[in-house]
Design a protein around this ligand. Structure first.
Ligand SMILES: Cc1cc2nc3c(=O)[nH]c(=O)nc-3n(C[C@H](O)[C@H](O)[C@H](O)COP(=O)(O)OP(=O)(O)OC[C@H]3O[C@@H](n4cnc5c(N)ncnc54)[C@H](O)[C@@H]3O)c2cc1C
Length: 479
């Protein structure tokens, strides 16, 4: 009998899983039910779309939806009947499964403030999670002169930078004392605020919002210190909450997310969960690299390709996708765990670096501003390799020959195991192997390995490696 796999959610995790299942041999029917009316798209590129650096066609995901995959968009699942092994859709259809996968992602949090009804937000007040949200922000920004962003985390700052790029005077309101407090220390937050100011983004820190009012002329955001800020639109970037409603109603174990084991199984062996909705080992990931790693493990387990495959979390590197601002933060960057501390700050140039080292290994780092050592620092952190004796090279980004090389600087010096694409966990060795198997252009290498198809931050590094391989080959041929 053909095994029936039903995937709820056609976001980044669900679409990737369908593609992974499609790519593996075997007789099975895969049904993907997605609430959003669109084809699967790359959610993380919405910031780049908002900034006008790419167009809508560029965010479409190229995951397989071919033979053996029944893809239905605009079809929300409303209930799971575990005893009958069926899901029910909002148009009343019942679809049977042998294995069900929840990939329902997360929803933007709408803060409970007077004037904000989450079910009926005013036109000028928009969260930032979906393609439709992005369209609404762009529609509201069209002809607007000013914008407010509530929330100074990663996404709020990416939205603010994008709106400023479009010429809007933009103010970020953040209740904490410094920006991106989950990834940065106060000194880095201050340097970042200075850099943003140079791009036309003003920051109001340490003050909460107390209410919102809108009328035909714009939005008013009331603050706890008695002030009110006015603008043409308000973007809400106040965090996300895993979408666990279906799992909860079906009686699965749910804490903050749907609880899964190393095989991504929920408390019901016939149901798995991956991506932003899943909680593994007490951790919610909220990032694409773990979601895609989980999709791969689950596909291996479900198809029997590797029944022993297990999900093992990897160290996380966060990068800000904002034009003109280079920022990478990793590990215990903001402090907490004991360790050796090295910092360098040059606020006038928008530069800040902090390395946290224990037992000769990086346990955390913040690199803000132009620092040519960023690739090396990420590799050292990712691989857990010892740091060089002269730490200044990492901190100041100079004399890199002594400690290694950034992918762009010299691919020849990179170890094969170095991870080039963090989103898809693609090593330099995998890129070289795809080249040797016949992929001779950047596009061909990307298609073979998927490197560069997540946030796109490694595209230059991939191009550098392909250039290096081409040159190495032409030298060999002329010899
Ligand atoms: C603007 C932005 C920028 C980001 N930048 C980065 C970044 O640089 N790096 C990074 O790693 N991560 C980034 N993220 C986070 C990343 O997008 C998420 O981690 C990723 O999308 C998680 O994938 P997912 O499939 O679990 O969830 P989602 O992509 O949210 O997909 C879940 C899907 O399930 C659907 N769904 C929910 N309930 C149902 C139901 N009952 N029936 C049917 N369908 C349902 C939803 O409609 C949605 O389409 C960013 C997010 C945003 C919004």
């Amino acid at each position: 009998m053909t095994a029936r796999v039903v995937i709820v959610g056609n976001g980044m995790a669900g679409a990737r899983l369908a593609g992974e299942l499609h790519a593996r041999e075997g007789d099975r029917k895969v049904t993907v039910l997605g609430a959003e009316p669109h084809r699967a798209y790359n959610r993380i590129l919405l910031s780049t779309l908002l900034a006008g650096r790419i167009g809508e066609p560029d965010v479409e995901l190229t995951e397989a939806a071919g033979h053996g995959v029944d893809l239905r968009s605009g079809v929300p699942v409303t209930a799971i009947d575990r005893s009958a092994r069926q899901v029910r859709t909002d148009d009343g259809e019942r679809i049977g499964y042998d294995h069900l996968v929840l990939a329902t992602g997360a929803r933007a949090v709408v803060p409970s403030l007077p004037g904000l009804d989450p079910a009926n937000l005013p036109e000028r007040v928009v969260p930032f999670r979906t393609l439709d949200d992005c369209r609404r922000i762009l529609a509201a920004a069209d002809g607007a002169r000013s914008a407010l962003v509530l929330g100074g985390g990663l996404l709020g700052l990416e939205a603010a930078r994008g709106l400023a790029t479009r010429g809007l005077a933009t103010t970020v309101v953040h209740p904490r004392e410094h920006l991106m407090e989950r990834q940065l220390d106060p000194a880095a937050g201050a340097v970042l605020a200075g850099t943003l100011a140079g791009f036309g983004v003003t920051v109001q820190l340490g003050v909460s919002a107390t209410g919102v009012a809108t009328d035909a002329n714009g939005v008013r955001l009331d603050l706890a210190d008695g002030r009110s800020l006015h603008a043409d639109l308000l973007v809400l970037s106040c965090g996300v909450r895993p979408d666990t409603a279906l799992a909860q109603a079906a009686g699965l174990t749910v804490r903050r997310g749907v609880v899964v084991d190393d095989r991504l199984r929920t408390s019901d062996r016939s149901i798995s969960a991956i991506g932003d909705c899943a909680e593994h080992d007490g951790v919610l990931t909220g990032l694409v690299a773990p979601a895609w790693a989980q999709a791969q493990v689950l596909a291996d387990v479900l198809t029997g390709t590797d029944p022993l495959a297990r999900y093992r979390p990897r160290p996380v590197v966060t990068r800000l996708k904002a034009a003109g601002i280079d920022l990478a933060s990793m590990g215990d960057a903001a402090g907490g765990e004991p360790g050796e501390e090295l910092t360098f700050a040059d606020p006038a140039r928008g530069t800040y670096a902090r390395l946290r080292i224990r037992d000769e290994r990086l346990i955390g780092a913040i690199l803000l501003g132009d620092n040519p050592a960023v690739g090396t620092v990420i590799q050292l952190f990712d691989r857990g390799h010892p740091v060089p004796t002269d730490r200044r090279a990492l901190l100041l980004g100079r004399a890199l020959g002594a400690v290694g090389a950034t992918p762009a600087a010299s691919p020849a010096l990179m170890p094969d195991a170095a991870t080039v694409c963090q989103c898809n966990t693609v090593s330099k060795g995998a890129l070289v192997r795809s080249w040797r198997s016949g992929a001779r252009t950047v596009d061909a290498v990307v298609a073979a390995t998927r490197a560069g198809t997540g946030c796109g931050g490694c595209r230059d590094a991939v191009s550098g490696i392909v250039d290096w391989l081409s040159q190495a080959e032409s030298v060999e041929v002329t010899r």
